[in-house]
Design a protein around this ligand. Structure first.
Ligand code: DWN
Ligand code: SAH
Length: 406
């Protein structure tokens, strides 16, 4: 039996993805026999309604000096974080002892703008591969995992923060009791904790099951985040839906009673209840769709192989580890995967061992017949720059919300 990491009640499993590797560990050729595997399965807490993984992977296995995801790789995401940073600096920072902290600051994609505005800041980032890139640009970075002790240490050394921001990181952290204790030590009395993560409501709507992998321990909804905040003495005071990464919500929490609760919170929670987002029928429906997508994708790729078509993957995303391993993809059906990240290139995809090649391999010696768009969340940005592929007759394979070719 698995106990909920938020409230200790029972977690009921609703989908088992089977044996999966670390989603961001790309083995060099020759060392693929030494990979770490775990059982990826997802469940829901019947009490606080938090959707969460059934098994936890040790954080040091995932986030370390080899972490290969560099947030600045997408133009759209750079613009997204620049706008957010400007808003924080303009609206959330007091003139008296201003201080902005970011958890999971990665390569500085957000803090760069805060630093440029001359606002005191600190990124807390355990993966030195990405943290060093930020530091080289003059951004203050502490190489550490955020937890209760880190919050106390930063407060003692640097003072209290107006805002602690975090993107695509809070859902990666199982130990929420320690996180909220750290926030309580670090935030000014009226300070806010603002975080954005993939939204369970969008995952259900698009059947985007590949948002479920080792790093994404929680799949948040407004309902479950409000319950979580309450459990640790905080209020959920605002929510905003975001279009990025296939649909996210930006949550703002503050100490209980410190800030008024916006109407948007009640509205989104009411919508979730009306949709039955945490109910049995929704969860079994989701599970059935995952199985359907898996079967249809395998069938399509097998057919294309039998017709002698060349298929390559586009974007060696963390998400694609779930799809590729669930479908048992091999180089027989997907010859290789192209990706702009040097740290992933000339390595192999986790578990399935498809070679990762630089973007030039997409067109040289000639475009493939089909490209399987693993980085579907960047579809607009990618299709806009790959117009020659389409013009040469190439077609995109998408697998969400169902398998289709465009
Ligand atoms: O939550 C997380 C998100 C924010 O980032 C992390 N746990 C890990 C990571 O997840 P992901 O790998 O699924 O994220 P992306 O942003 O979908 O990854 C895109 C991948 O595609 C990168 O490896 C870069 C690559 N890429 C590319 O080759 N050409 C991206 C773009 C935009 C491109 O044009
Ligand atoms: N904020 C960036 C990075 C997301 S990737 C973006 O939105 O693109 C997740 C990041 O969280 C990684 O850089 C990882 O090293 C970091 N991380 C994981 N656990 C953490 C923790 N306990 N405290 C702070 N950062 C953490």
């Amino acid at each position: 039996m698995t106990s909920c990491r938020i409230c200790a009640s029972t977690v009921d499993e609703f989908y088992d993805f089977g044996r999966q590797p670390l989603s961001d560990a790309f083995p060099p050729v020759g060392s693929e026999g030494q990979e770490f595997f775990f059982r990826l399965a997802v469940g829901i807490c019947r009490s606080c309604l938090m959707v969460q993984l059934m098994e936890e992977v040790l954080r040091e296995h995932m986030f370390n000096e080899d972490y290969p995801y560099f947030s600045s790789g997408s133009t759209v995401m750079r613009a997204h974080f620049e706008a957010l940073a400007k808003r924080l600096v303009a609206k959330e920072v007091e003139t008296d002892s201003p201080f902005v902290v970011e958890l999971g600051s990665n390569d500085g994609v957000m803090l760069r703008t805060v630093a440029d505005a001359g606002v005191p800041h600190l990124g807390i980032e355990p993966s030195s591969s990405v943290g060093e890139v930020a530091r080289a640009q003059g951004i203050d970075v502490l190489t550490a995992f955020f937890e209760e002790e880190t919050g106390k240490q930063v407060a003692a050394e640097r003072g209290l923060a107006d805002v602690v921001f975090s993107a695509n990181t809070v859902c990666h952290i199982p130990y929420m009791d320690s996180i909220f204790a750290g926030l309580d030590a670090l935030l000014k009395p009226q300070g806010i904790f603002m975080f954005e993560d993939p939204y369970w409501g969008d995952i259900v709507e698009r059947a985007s099951f590949d948002q479920i992998y080792d790093e994404h321990y929680y799949l948040f909804s407004a309902t479950s985040v409000r319950n979580m905040a309450r459990q640790f003495g905080f209020d959920l005071v605002d929510v905003e839906r975001l279009p990025v990464h296939g649909g996210e919500v930006r949550y703002t929490v503050a100490r209980q009673g410190a800030r008024p609760v916006s109407d948007a919170v009640e509205a989104l929670i009411a919508e979730e209840t009306q949709r039955g987002l945490h109910e049995e029928a929704t969860l079994t429906g989701f599970a059935d769709r995952v199985t359907g997508i898996k079967n249809n994708l395998v069938t399509l790729l097998e057919r294309l192989r039998s017709e002698g078509k060349k298929v390559v993957g586009y974007g060696a995303t963390a998400k694609s580890a779930t799809v590729a391993n669930l479908c048992g993809l091999s180089t027989e059906v997907v010859e290789f995967v192209v990706d702009t990240t040097p740290a992933k290139q000339n390595r192999l995809t986790p578990g399935t061992h498809l070679p990762v090649r630089p973007p030039e391999a997409f067109s040289d010696p000639g475009y493939p017949d089909y490209a399987l768009l693993f980085a579907w969340n960047h579809a607009e940005e990618i299709t806009a720059k790959e117009t020659n592929f389409r013009e040469s007759g190439g077609r995109w394979i998408l697998y969400l919300p169902d398998v289709h070719v465009v």
